[in-house]
Ligand binder design. Structure first.
Ligand code: NAP
Ligand code: MG
Length: 505
């Protein structure tokens, strides 16, 4: 990272940097700026179809929608607009695969397909990273170092389980549920897809899944890998299309279980639509996590954790540390350090390997976030953003912090899903716990302190599915993830995640 001091002393350079055109967006230290565009070919097709019964098929409606690159507002490709007839066909294909092939196949045979998928994804990792960055707007260093390797890791991890399923529930008989319907959001498109598909198929279930309208690209590209891996037709079916198609997919009578990741609002609509049926359900919904910094914490490390907690993936993370609870005695120091560090973050072209903060996923999401900035200011909180210019094209927002926030402010209560941090102070451990738990959500929390006993106390008292200590946003396929309260129910990942995909006898 360049230092702040040199950035401050330097006058803003004119049009060119190191002989190349200066980036439109200028945050951080420009003198040290050396554009490093990712050059791997995302191997895009002009049009993508649905993936049903192992084949790419045109949607019954004959209609397509554009997937847009939020970094420059350009069309990436046309995607099939799936509807009721396609959902029907996908469930038929899945049911057939379930009954004739996948449900009967020994676990050790199923494992081979999952291993193959994981390896093929690794082989095409750079291509997938570029495609994902283009479709979602997240920085290439995140897709390259996190999203794609973690997606492969979910297939590897669950491949390892497929021939050891009797240990998911020792002493009980474990069987697949049948066909599973899944709907996922746009913030980690490929990762969510893998996170949902891998445990389901490792357990012997077949899948019908819908990615988000904003980010359908890597889902259909993963279908290419399913074909190359020789995955039997119908084991996984991918339907791109709007939210209403997601509704049909969730309510379909063939689905023995549905798994949804998305907003609490849509989660509730889905729960109402399947109430009274025998469907099993897991819901991974919203969050408003507290990242809690005590005065004995290593503050520089904590500042890095705060940044990672809320600016990773432009803050569009369900478990983002969107509320910083900082002990009053160190609050001024932490905020000063945070501002200094924020001035060095590079906001801009997601395909540049130096970029720290990329584009917001869509114009609508940007408008939602900007709406919250207005609300924060109107309600009397103090907003701060590092100085810099944003590109004229694309959906960008500088990292933003609010001080003077109390628990009653809307920016402290509602999920913003953007690079916006609400900073609240506290004095005692009890006050930190009370404030952290004072939310309808309960997905994650972070604790920064030197005291082990305090970490144990906090992790017991915080009502959150994941509590990170002296770190934030760390994930592993072996580690169960899920919520308390309005953040949902059921767990994904680890042995616990597999329990949600099987029938116990
Ligand atoms: P969203 O609006 O709830 O959409 C999620 C998915 O549901 C999309 O595929 C969407 O399709 C689909 N959908 C919309 N309406 C539907 C309906 N009536 N029935 C069935 N499906 C429907 O959420 P989002 O804005 O994409 O994602 C952000 C939210 O997801 C945040 O609240 C975040 O906290 C949550 N999230 C939670 C987790 C977790 O693990 N807990 C992880 C990531 C995100 P379209 O895209 O076509 O509208
Ligand atoms: Mg897109």
């Amino acid at each position: 990272m360049p230092t702040l001091t040199s950035a401050k002393k330097s006058p803003r350079p004119a049009a060119r940097v190191h002989g190349r055109p200066a980036p439109e967006l200028i945050f951080g230290d420009l003198w040290a700026y050396d554009p490093a565009p990712e050059t791997a070919d995302p191997k895009l097709k002009p049009r993508y179809e649905l993936f049903i019964g192992g084949k790419f098929v045109a949607p019954a409606s004959g209609k397509y929608f554009d997937s847009i690159n939020p970094a420059n507002e350009q069309k990436i490709a046309e995607m099939a607009l799936g509807g009721a007839a396609d959902v029907e066909a996908a469930y038929r294909a899945a049911q057939k695969a379930q009954e004739t092939v996948w449900g009967k196949m020994p676990g050790k045979e199923r494992a081979k397909y999952l291993f193959r998928i994981a390896r093929l994804l690794q082989d095409r990792a750079r291509e997938f990273a570029v495609a994902e960055t283009m479709d979602n707007g997240k920085p290439i260093k995140e897709t390259r170092d996190f999203d794609v390797p973690m997606a492969a890791a979910h297939f590897f991890y669950h491949a390892g389980w497929a021939d050891k399923l009797e240990y998911v529930a020792p002493g009980r008989k474990v069987a697949p549920l049948g066909v599973v319907g899944q709907v996922i959001p746009w913030n980690f498109p490929l990762l969510m897809l893998s996170w949902k598909i891998a445990p389901a198929i490792a357990m012997g279930n077949c899948v019908v899944i819908k990615p988000a309208t904003n980010t359908p690209l890597t889902a259909v590209k993963l279908a290419e890998i399913f074909q190359d891996a020789g995955l039997p037709p119908g084991v996984v079916n991918i339907i791109t299309g709007p939210g209403s198609t997601g509704g049909l997919l969730m309510a379909h009578p063939t689905a023995a279980k549905i798994a949804f990741t998305g907003s609490t609002e849509v989660g509730k609509v889905i729960m109402r639509s399947v109430a009274g049926t025998e469907k099993r359900m897991t819901m991974e919904l919203g969050g408003k996590a507290a990242n809690i910094v005590f005065d004995d914490a290593p503050l520089d490390q904590a500042v890095e954790g705060i940044i990672n907690g809320i600016f990773f993936n432009q803050g569009q993370v369900c478990c983002a540390g969107s509320r910083l609870l900082v002990q009053e005695s160190v609050a001024d120091r932490v905020v000063a350090k945070l501002k200094n560090r924020l001035r060095t973050l590079r906001v801009g072209d997601p395909l540049d390997k130096n970029t720290d903060v990329g584009a917001i996923v869509s114009r609508d999401q940007l408008a939602t976030i900007q709406g919250y900035l207005d609300i924060g200011v109107k309600e009397g909180c103090k907003m701060w953003q590092p100085a810099g210019r944003l590109p004229t094209k694309g959906f960008y927002l500088p990292p933003t912090i609010f001080t003077g926030v109390t628990q009653s402010h809307r920016i402290a209560r509602e999920e913003i899903f953007g690079p916006v941090l609400a900073i609240i102070t506290f004095r005692t451990v009890e006050e930190a716990v009370e404030k952290a738990n004072n939310t309808p959500y309960g997905l994650s929390a972070g604790v920064w302190t030197d005291k082990g006993s305090r970490i144990l106390k906090m992790s017991t008292e915080l009502k959150a599915g994941v509590v990170w200590a002296n770190t934030f946003n760390k994930f592993d396929p072996a580690s169960p993830f899920g919520g308390y309260k309005e953040s949902g129910f059921g767990r994904e990942g680890g042995r616990q995640g597999l329990l949600d995909y099987c029938q116990l006898a």
